[in-house]
Design a protein around this ligand. Structure first.
Ligand SMILES: C[S@@+](CC[C@H](N)C(=O)[O-])C[C@H]1O[C@@H](n2cnc3c(N)ncnc32)[C@H](O)[C@@H]1O
Length: 283
C-alpha cells in the first residue's frame, strides 16, 4: 500500500539525516547553549528545532509582528502621542469665555516669545495636568519650579472651574518677575501664590491636604521634595514628576523611591516627548 511503504526506513534517510543535522548545527550556531554542549545534546536539539519549524511551518528568525520588541523605542514606526496631538489638537484649547481668552492669549505669547531656555512643560503635558486637576476637583495644587509661569497657567485654567488655588515655588528672581507679570496679564493673580526662594526650605511651611503636586524644579531635589511633601498629599492625590522620559537618566533615585513604596501607584506617560511620571497616593 502507498502509505505503509512510506513508513519503511529507506537507506537514503540515514545519510540525509546526518546531512540535515550537520547543516543545522553549522547554521544555527549551537543554540543549545543552556544545555551542556555535548554531541548527543546538539544533535537532539537541532533535529528537534528543525522538525518543530517544519511542522509549524514557521521560520522563527522572521518576525511578522509590527512591534517585535516593545521595550525598544526604535522598534516601531507608530507616531508618538505628541505627533498625533499636534496633528489633531490646536496648541492651546479654544477659549470658551472671555476669561479663558485672556489666559490663553498670554499662554500663546509665552510660547511664542518666552519659551526659549525656560524649560516649560509642552502643551501636551499641560493639557493632561489641566484634565487631572479638573477630574480630581483639586482645591490645593502645589508646584515646584514656576519658571515664567506657563505650567501654572494650565493649572489656572482648571482651578477656575474647581474653585481651587495654586501655590508655586521659584528661586530665580528674574523668572519670578516674569511669572508675576504673566499672572497679572492673564488676570489669574487671585488663583496663584508665588513663593520666592529655595523650595526645599519653603515647602516646610506648607499645609495639606495637597490634591496635586507637580515636581518640576531641579531633578536632584525630587527625592527631598517627595519626602517632605508626601505626608501632605491626600489619599487619592497625585504627584506628577515632569521630564520622566527626557531626563530619566537624572531620576533613578526618585523612580526607586516611588516604585518601592507600596502605598503609591505609578504610571509613566509620554503625552509629550518629555514624559510625566504620574503617581497616585493610595493610602
Ligand atoms: C523646568 S523649569 C520649570 C518650568 C515650569 N514648571 C513650566 O513648565 O513653565 C525649573 C524651574 O525650577 C527652578 N528651581 C530650581 N531649583 C529650585 C529650588 N531649589 N527652589 C525653587 N525653584 C527652583 C528653576 O529656577 C527653574 O525656573
Amino acid at each position: 500500500m502507498k502509505y505503509s511503504r512510506m513508513t519503511k526506513i529507506s537507506p537514503i534517510w540515514i545519510p540525509l539525516f546526518f546531512f540535515i543535522t550537520t547543516f543545522a548545527i553549522s547554521s544555527n550556531h549551537l543554540k543549545a547553549q543552556s544545555n551542556p554542549v555535548t554531541i548527543p545534546n546538539i544533535i537532539w536539539f537541532e533535529t528537534y528545532d528543525l522538525m518543530s519549524r517544519f511542522i509549524s511551518n514557521q521560520d522563527q528568525d522572521f518576525d511578522f509582528s509590527p512591534n517585535p520588541d516593545p521595550l525598544s523605542s526604535k522598534s516601531t514606526d507608530f507616531p508618538t502621542a505628541e505627533e498625533v496631538s499636534r496633528k489633531w489638537l490646536s496648541r492651546h484649547p479654544y477659549p470658551r469665555d472671555t476669561v479663558e481668552k485672556r489666559i490663553i492669549g498670554v499662554m500663546d505669547d509665552m510660547q511664542d516669545n518666552q519659551a526659549q531656555g525656560m524649560g516649560n512643560v509642552l502643551p501636551e503635558d499641560g493639557r493632561l495636568m489641566r484634565m487631572f486637576t479638573e477630574l480630581l476637583g483639586a482645591k490645593h495644587v502645589v508646584e515646584l519650579g514656576t519658571a515664567n509661569g506657563y505650567s501654572s497657567m494650565w493649572f489656572c485654567l482648571a482651578l477656575r472651574e474647581t474653585g481651587g488655588k495654586l501655590i508655586t515655588h521659584e528661586i530665580d528672581p528674574e523668572r519670578i518677575e516674569m511669572a508675576m507679570e504673566n499672572f497679572r496679564r492673564a488676570g489669574v493673580e487671585h488663583l496663584v501664590t508665588l513663593i520666592e526662594g529655595d523650595a526645599h526650605e519653603n515647602i516646610k511651611k506648607l499645609n495639606g491636604p495637597i490634591d496635586i503636586l507637580l515636581l518640576d524644579a531641579e531633578k536632584g531635589g525630587f527625592c527631598d521634595y517627595l519626602e517632605k511633601l508626601l505626608p501632605l498629599v491626600r489619599k487619592g492625590g497625585l504627584i506628577i514628576a515632569h521630564d520622566s522620559s527626557g531626563e530619566a537618566h537624572l531620576m533613578d533615585d526618585y523612580f526607586k523611591a516611588i516604585t518601592e513604596n507600596r502605598d503609591l501607584e505609578t504610571v509613566f506617560v509620554d503625552a509629550s516627548r518629555w514624559g510625566m511620571c504620574i503617581t497616585r497616593k493610595m493610602r
